[in-house]
Design a protein around this ligand. Structure first.
Ligand code: FES
Length: 126
């Protein structure tokens, strides 16, 4: 298994611009931490799945992160809107706060983790 496979999150084709995201788990210390990746205007963006308002996951377990316009990520809990490309909240109870970004990249049609702060938790399917 090469390092891209170890760090693989999903196939590039799994992510459509403004469409359903892919959930995955990271390991921080020994703790699994939920995260997600989406595609927006052709590029991929990943964040910890943790709203800046409260420590709640943004989606209701369905990997739907975009609002109906497809322009913003939305928290399902209280409706905070985030810019997909920056993670900054532009409307809602945590206005001005940010999601925690995770560095990812595309290699050989795969979306892979590119962030030394984290490991992918392959023990649990998201
Ligand atoms: S928990 Fe996300 S907007 Fe309140």
């Amino acid at each position: 298994m090469n390092s891209n496979n170890i760090h693989m999150i999903c196939n590039s084709d799994d992510l459509k611009s403004g469409g359903t995201g892919v959930k995955f788990n990271l390991t921080v210390g020994s703790q699994p931490v939920p995260a997600f990746v989406v595609r927006f205007e052709g590029s991929i963006y990943a964040y910890l799945n943790r709203c800046a308002h409260m420590m709640l996951e943004l989606d209701w377990d369905d990997a739907e992160y975009f609002d109906t316009s497809g322009e913003y990520l939305i928290c399902s809990n209280h409706g905070a809107l985030y810019e997909p490309n920056t993670g900054v909240c532009v409307n809602g109870p945590c206005y001005g706060a940010s999601l925690i970004a995770i560095s990812v990249k595309e290699v050989d049609s795969m979306v892979v983790l590119d962030d030394e702060r984290f490991e992918i938790d392959h023990t649990e399917k998201s």
